[in-house]
Design a protein around this ligand. Sequence first.
Ligand SMILES: [Zn+2]
Length: 135
Amino acid sequence: MRFATGTGATILAHADSRARLSTSQYVPSLSWRISASPRKAWPSLTFDHPLTLDIGTEELHLLPQAPAHTDGDVAVFLSSANVLVTGDLFTHRSYPVIDESSGGSLRGIIEAVVEKHRKSCAISDRAMAGGLLEI
Ligand SMILES: [Zn+2]
C-alpha cells in the first residue's frame, strides 16, 4: 500500500488511478483528450492489493483488478450482503466500455467479473441505482 498526501477528504483508489489523474490522457477510440486533474483531486490513499475497510456497520473489501474497463478498476465486495459492486466493470444494458489506452480489455472484464467472482452473489453496476442482478 502506498500513501500520498492530499487535501480535504481522503480519496481511496487503485494505485494506477493516481497516475491517470495526475497526467493528461488521450483515448484514441473516442478521440478524447483529458487534462490532468488538479492535485487536490488525486487519490490520497492508493492500493494495489485487496484492502478491507471497517466502517463500523460493514466491512468493505476493496478488490483492485487487473486492467479491465481501465487499469484503475476496483470492485467492492460487501460480504454481509453477498453483493459485489462493480462500477464500470459490469454493464447489463450496453456493451462494456473498454479504455484500451489505459490497458483495458474484454478479456480483463471477463476475468474480473466472471472468472474471479464465480461464486454466487448479487452484482451491482453504477447504472442500476440500487438494483441488484443475481449471478
Ligand atoms: Zn469508468
